[in-house]
Design a protein around this ligand. Structure first.
Ligand code: PBG
Length: 297
């Protein structure tokens, strides 16, 4: 399991995300206790998301050497060198318009965005990230990032590509957590069309060819068939992202007493694993690890 964490430059004390009970936006000062909890539970990896101090048209805090993710990665690597640190490489939290790429003439400019995503990835690698996770769904992003990393000597930094990322309503709570909703329009121009499974296979094949070390299907629960097809077709490690809305639904129903959220969460994680995921990115990681370690169920 990989545990996603949100680090917020503007706060000095952690704040709970309303639609994701138990999940917090952390300040840098909160990292120490969070990381010791994660390592005590033997969770092998985290995925770091950042909320910048200021947003602008180019998303420039995304690639600043003293940006929030870069600072957090340095701090975590100092605290727990053995913990695998992955980072999300995207612009939507950092741009004032909230899109994952830069805007030219009223639309997202794919090719102009590649250089910026490469700078983001290199800045994360410089901070000590083991894995960078491009999630902007720009065509050619894996190739551009691999090239930029190699050129700077980061040959051992891995790429976990959000290869098959659907334009999903299940990202709603994440966008509250990360304040990353687009100001206008939606992400259907670059994220994938939910009814289409074959396109996911094409996207994964392209990313493998461009140098992705790990490929991903996202969301997980409504796309188990896509995970299963991908597992059958490709020989690379496969990640599945059990996204914010999937977490929020289970937690909300659990809080109402409408279902047993522990049992449901473990059943969902088991289904994602059964479908063929080798790696599960999940907000349940801490709790699930606790349940499994304590053998509570
Ligand atoms: C950034 C990004 C998103 C998520 C992960 N990286 C949001 C989006 O594409 O709108 C969603 C994760 C979740 O819902 O848990 N592009």
């Amino acid at each position: 399991m990989i545990y996603p964490i949100f680090v917020d430059r503007r706060i000095s004390k952690r704040e709970e995300v309303e639609s994701m009970p138990g999940i917090y936006r952390l300040s840098l000062a909160d990292l120490e206790s969070e990381i010791s909890a994660v390592t005590a539970l033997k969770i092998p990896a985290i995925l770091v998301f950042g909320l910048p101090g200021r947003k602008d048209t180019m998303g420039s805090e995304a690639y600043a050497s003293d940006g929030i993710v870069q600072q957090a990665v340095r701090a975590v690597k100092k605290m727990a060198p053995q913990l695998v640190v992955a980072t999300d490489v995207c612009l939507c939290q950092y741009t004032d318009h909230g899109h994952c790429g830069i805007i030219h003439g009223g639309t997202v400019a794919n090719d102009e965005t590649l250089g910026i995503l490469s700078r983001v990835a290199v800045s994360h690698a410089e901070a000590g990230a083991d894995i960078v996770g491009p999630s902007a769904m720009m065509d050619g992003q894996v190739k551009a990032i691999r090239g930029a990393l190699d050129e700077r000597g980061f040959k051992d930094t891995s790429i976990m590509s959000y290869s098959a990322k659907y334009a999903s309503a299940f990202y709603g709570p994440f966008r509250e957590a990360a304040e990353s909703s687009p100001l206008w329009g939606d992400r259907r121009g670059y994220q994938m069309d939910p009814p289409n499974c074959r396109e996911a296979m094409r996207e994964i094949a392209i990313d493998v060819k461009e140098g992705a070390d790990i490929v991903m299907v996202k969301p997980a629960l409504s796309y188990l068939d896509v995970i299963s097809h991908a597992r059958a077709e490709f020989q690379v490690p496969l990640a599945a992202y059990n996204v914010s809305g999937e977490y929020a639904m289970i937690m909300a129903a659990g809080q109402k007493g409408w279902l047993d959220y522990k049992l449901v969460a473990l059943e969902v994680l088991t289904a994602i694993k059964r479908a063929g995921a080798n790696i599960i990115i999940t907000y349940f990681a801490k709790e699930a690890a606790k349940w499994l370690l304590e053998n509570e169920l």
